[in-house]
Design a protein around this ligand. Structure first.
Ligand SMILES: Nc1ncnc2c1ncn2[C@@H]1O[C@H](COP(=O)(O)OP(=O)(O)OP(=O)(O)O)[C@@H](O)[C@H]1O
Ligand SMILES: [Mg+2]
Length: 424
């Protein structure tokens, strides 16, 4: 039992006086048991707390280390080791092996990278080379395409020339036969004409003597004596003119069918052109001017008469196309082994649909009696005979250009060259 005295606090110690007395009685066993219980409860609580804490910590550690363990397990599995990793040593081993692996991988990647760069360089070089090759091939193809187009153009030209040649050859045979027959007939007429003239003169004389007699009067009146011989002379004149024209046609036909050949000699083309121009019918010229633009030409080997005939045909055609007014330009130039003689007129031009036919014998747009249609056919035949060619360009309403391309040394008719188009 504990006892204690209690004083009035507001009074000083000298004045203190006992105001009361209280006694608190406590059982000691009871107190000690209480303390023991408190201690036991506290110990149990601490124990439970420790267990729960450790469990929680264990679980947390388990949770944190689970992925790590799984990772180690996976690595071990990859390495072919199946035992469960139990301690840190495994982790260290695995870690260092991973580091080694990584180093090796980096090494390999670096090597691969270097190799790759090398390969890329090599491949780029190969691709550039291949690209260059392709470009060269493309250029080659372009060139061969151009060549092919050129060859096609020449082929077409050659085909046209062959067709023309065939046409002329076929016509040539026919014309040769006709010319022969016509020649016989015209010779017959021409041969008879002088004796006809003689006989007519004799008849005139007899008639003149007889007419003086009175007996002859009725016959004189019946026969219109005054006009009789005039009419007969006119008719004979017509026959003569017809015979002359027919003879000329026969001569042309003979040239066309190549029956009439003269001698090939070196000729100054300009002289032939000049004498041909002089030969042109002045009445036809009217207001047509002829301009000459001559280049320097070598002598060419040809049949001069035939060449003159070609020039005359082409000049006459040009003048006729201008219908009395215009300009005909004759230009010459020397190119490689050929001379070019170019006739440009300012005439009516040639329609595209007529163009394929103008060299055909007997093709004409002129009125009956005005043209035979043989001029260009003969000209073409003569030029081909010499190994040359004639090219035509025309513009309806503006005029035409006839270009004669003539070899300086012809006759070994350079047919191959002509066909390949190489010559021009
Ligand atoms: N320079 C030209 N301008 C316009 N047409 C032309 C020219 N040259 C030729 N021709 C045309 O070509 C046709 C044929 O010409 P070609 O010389 O063969 O015969 P032609 O002149 O009619 O007769 P020929 O020459 O026998 O008197 C002519 O009728 C004409 O229609
Ligand atoms: Mg003509």
């Amino acid at each position: 039992m504990d006892e204690n005295w209690y004083f009035d606090e507001e009074k000083n110690s000298s004045e203190k006086e006992v105001v009361g007395y209280a006694a608190v009685v406590l059982s000691k066993e009871f107190f000690e048991e209480g303390v023991r219980n408190i201690l036991i409860q506290t110990g149990v609580s601490v124990l439970i707390f420790l267990v729960v804490s450790m469990l929680t910590i264990f679980l947390i550690i388990q949770k944190i280390t689970e992925p790590l363990r799984k990772l180690i397990l996976a690595i071990r599995k990859r390495e072919g080791k199946t035992e469960h990793p139990s301690d840190l040593k495994v982790l260290t081993e695995t870690y260092s092996s991973m580091v080694d692996d990584l180093e090796r991988s980096f090494q390999t990647i670096t090597e691969l990278n270097e190799g790759l760069e090398e390969k890329v360089k090599c491949r780029t070089l190969q691709l550039t080379k291949a690209n260059n090759k392709l470009y060269q091939r493309q250029e080659k193809l372009k060139r061969s395409n151009t060549h092919l187009l050129e060859a096609l153009r020449r082929l077409k030209e050659t085909q046209e020339q062959l067709i023309q040649k065939e046409k002329l050859a076929a016509m040539g045979q026919l014309v040769a036969g006709v010319a022969h027959e016509l020649n016989n007939t015209v010779n017959f007429i021409s041969g008879a004409l002088p004796s006809l003239h003689r006989s007519l003169d004799e008849m005139k004389e007899i008639f003149a003597r007889y007419a003086k007699f009175e007996k002859a009067r009725p016959i004189k009146e019946k026969l219109f004596y005054g006009d009789l011989f005039f009419t007969i002379d006119q008719l004979v004149g017509n026959i003569e003119e017809g015979a002359t024209r027919t003879t000329r046609i026969v001569r042309d036909l003979k040239i066309f069918s190549r029956q009439d050949v003269e001698k090939i000699i070196p000729v100054d083309v300009h002289t032939v052109i000049d004498s041909t121009v002089n030969y042109v019918d002045k009445q036809l010229l009217k207001n047509v001017t002829i301009r000459r633009d001559y280049g320097s030409l070598p002598l060419v080997h040809c049949l001069p008469g035939r060449m003159g005939q070609v020039f005359l045909n082409i000049i006459n055609n040009g003048i006729e196309a201008m219908d009395g007014t215009g300009q005909l330009t004759i230009k010459t130039e020397h190119r490689n082994e050929y001379v070019h003689i170019i006739f440009s007129d300012t005439g009516c031009g040639i329609h595209a649909h007529d163009m394929p036919n103008i060299f055909d014998p007997f093709f004409t747009n002129k009125e009956v009696g005005q043209g035979t249609g043989l001029g260009l056919g003969i000209s073409y035949s003569i030029i081909r005979q010499h190994g040359g060619d004639i090219k035509v360009e025309s513009n309806v309403g503006n005029g035409s250009v006839f270009k004669i391309i003539f070899p300086v040394s012809p006759i070994e008719v350079s047919e191959d060259k002509m066909l390949s188009g190489e010559a021009f």
